[in-house]
Design a protein around this ligand. Structure first.
Ligand code: AMP
Length: 397
């Protein structure tokens, strides 16, 4: 893959598409700044080469055209400034391609950094609009995509923008290079036993990845909301737990395929259940067989944690994507925390993918114990699916 290193960038205006979509707590504090830290290498490389740097990122899902403060990248600019440890300010634009961004970009000097506002304030970003992409492209001579976490999406700053740069003027950033190489190495040649731990809310989001993983791994462990579709497909009563009824057959097919391939398939055997999707309610620790009608499973229970730990014991490679429960609420976070601790304690090569899962690992204090924490959930899933990332493909055309 061609990276920034292969381009002539000295003194040029460089547009770097980053993924600064970091998690925040209820007070707006950034709880995990790994995505910002991961972008530093590329940014510093450009600063050292006297580039004029224009950074762009999306942040969550604002309504286009509506500038709400909670979606602003201002906190990111502040954190970036303290992480870069540079004396000069980072310029923050009040808009994306509007007059303020234009004016500030025009004033940049060698080594200056400007961060544009949330790309998704503009409707053209998600619709991959060519006119919007051209406005972004006009900021720079060089285009760098370091937004691994977003490059599975055909959005203007990832995809349409690349048509305005020829091969000598666009490349992947260093983070992107690292991410892609790591996943391809592990998926092509894993040390076995290779275990996939998959959780999160829904089967639908991870169906393709699961179908492909089944052909590569020795064991699959399923947790989180998605487990209930599999459990229901097995004939269990799962109450009001998250279930995708239209995927019951698909879930069954995955279980059958696993069986056929000799892949061991693990589902939770107990849950932490509640009557409401809330922390302030009575919870019960119940075997899967005993979820009452009207109750929902919001975390895996202690027996599942022990079972999963046993299954992980001999693993040599582990890929983990998706929390085991509604980890955002303390009461339902124990299964995910324990999973993090248990994975961290193995001697395996451990790869964590997904913003939520990385957040769990951070909260559990296991960041240093993991071999690699990917900054992209959806994008890493796409790599696991064996799909081509639109953002990467566009860099090569
Ligand atoms: P995903 O984006 O698919 O990886 O899902 C992550 C989300 O799944 C987190 O926000 C969790 O709160 C949610 N989640 C995990 N377990 C459950 C569950 N049992 N019921 C509902 N949501 C869940």
């Amino acid at each position: 893959m061609k990276t920034l290193k292969d381009l002539e960038i000295d003194g040029k205006r460089v547009f770097i598409r980053c993924d600064f979509n970091v998690p925040k707590d209820e007070f707006g504090n950034i709880t995990d700044d790994r995505r910002i830290r991961s972008a530093l290498q590329t940014i510093r490389y450009c600063i050292d080469r006297d580039c004029k740097i224009i950074l762009a990122s999306h942040y969550e899902r604002p309504e286009p055209g509506k500038y709400e403060e909670r979606f602003s990248l201002v906190p990111v600019a502040k954190r970036l400034h303290s992480l870069l440890k540079i004396k000069r300010d980072i310029f923050m634009a009040d808009d994306v391609v509007g007059p303020d961004a234009q004016e500030k970009a025009a004033k940049l000097e060698a080594g200056d950094v400007l961060l544009l506002e949330n790309l998704r304030y503009e409707a053209g970003e998600t619709s991959n609009d060519k006119i919007f992409a051209k406005k972004l492209a006009d900021f720079a001579d060089i285009y760098v995509n370091d937004a691994f976490g977003a490059c599975h999406r055909k959005h203007a700053s990832i995809h349409a923008i690349t048509q305005f740069f020829d091969l000598e003027h666009k490349a992947a950033g260093f983070l992107m290079g690292k991410e892609v190489n790591f996943f391809s190495k592990v998926l092509e040649n894993p040390v076995r036993p290779f275990v996939a731990v998959v959780g999160g809310s829904k089967v639908s989001g991870k169906l393709q990845a699961l179908t492909n993983l089944i052909t590569k791994v020795d064991k699959v462990i399923i947790g989180g909301g998605m487990a209930f579709t599999f459990l229901k497909a097995h004939g269990h009563e799962v109450g009001n737990s998250l279930v995708e009824d239209d995927l019951l057959e698909e879930a069954n097919n995955i279980i059958l395929k696993a069986k056929k391939l000799g892949v061991k398939f693990y589902l939770p055997v107990d849950v932490v259940a509640a009557q409401e999707f809330s922390e302030n309610t009575t919870v019960k620790f119940l075997p899967i067989q005993e979820i009452p009608i009207g109750w929902m499973g919001l975390d895996i229970g202690p027996a599942s944690t022990r079972l999963f730990r046993e299954a992980l014991n001999d693993a040599q490679t582990i890929i983990w994507n998706g929390p085991m429960g509604v980890y955002e609420m303390d009461r339902y976070s124990k299964g995910s925390m324990a999973m993090s601790n248990n994975i961290a304690q193995t001697h395996a090569t451990t790869i964590v993918g997904g913003g939520d899962t990385a957040d769990v690992v951070q909260r559990a204090g296991d960041v240093d114990e993991m071999t690699f924490i990917s900054t992209g959930g959806g994008a890493s899933l796409k790599l696991i699916e064996g799909a081509v990332l639109p953002g990467l493909e566009a860099l090569e055309n």
